[in-house]
Design a protein around this ligand. Structure first.
Ligand code: SF4
Length: 239
């Protein structure tokens, strides 16, 4: 069972109805609890919670301090390639856009790493478009060892990969993966993802499951606010 099963069993419209029927009492109940469930989370995202924002900010600050202390984590992105084999309605890297495409060679990767390292960063976020054949596992298995010579913590924000590919990259030093579903509403997802493998909603939705299976212990999830009702997409992200 993957999150896809949970997603299939959770109606978008019912979630919407539930969230918009939350009232001030639901918000206060959620704020008074130590452990919140999905219903409480929905109350905090509902329009009824608007006047409670200062209280929520206070609670959020307390939890952040308690868990992370007074720390600030800085990272820097490095784009390895702007090649992409998808068409997404909101992105300039879409394959149909005529623009100059560039993929860094091993020497160029090394030069970029040296320049970034000289600025004092030790955490790197690797970003690419989504092009499986030219910037896929074969490219990553050569690029990652170069990058790991310079940075102790490396995160990926590239196309969803298969479990065995994540497992291999983990042995090469991959620490974390960000994968954004964009929207959890299937019809809206289809409307904005017009060509390429990214049209496969389920493949993307099950990516965090595949990451968990091979022991990648930091997984970044998210939706693209603006494609759908942000309250409902945020609820699905939290689930
Ligand atoms: S897959 Fe990513 S890089 Fe490619 S067009 Fe879509 S949003 Fe842009």
């Amino acid at each position: 069972m993957s999150f896809y099963t949970t997603w299939e069993q959770t109606s978008w419209d019912d979630t919407r109805l539930q969230l918009y029927s939350k009232n001030a009492a639901d918000v206060e109940t959620a704020l008074s609890k130590k452990h919140l469930n999905t219903g409480d989370f929905m109350a905090l995202l509902s329009p009824a919670a608007e006047s409670y924002l200062p209280l929520m900010a206070e609670r959020s600050q307390q939890l952040t301090r308690q868990r992370f202390g007074n720390t600030l984590h800085l990272f820097i992105p490095l784009y390895l390639s702007n090649l992409c084999a998808n068409d997404c309605s909101y992105c300039g890297f879409s394959m149909s856009n005529r623009l100059k495409r560039k993929t860094l060679s091993p020497t160029e990767i090394e030069q970029e790493c040296q320049a970034i390292k000289a600025k004092g960063f030790d955490t790197l976020l690797i970003v690419t478009g989504e092009h499986e054949t030219k910037v896929g596992i074969d490219y990553f298995r050569h690029a990652l060892p170069i990058i790991k010579r310079y940075f102790s913590y490396v995160m990926f924000e590239v196309q969803p990969l298969a479990t065995h590919e994540y497992a291999e990259l983990r042995t090469l030093g991959l620490d974390a993966v960000m994968v954004y579903q964009e929207t959890y509403q299937a019809a809206t997802y289809a409307k904005h993802h017009l060509k390429g493998k990214k049209r496969d909603f389920r493949w993307r939705l099950e990516t965090p499951d595949r990451l968990g299976e091979c022991g990648i212990d930091k997984i970044g999830l998210g939706s693209l606010i603006g494609l759908e009702d942000w309250r409902i997409d945020s609820t699905f992200t939290a689930m």
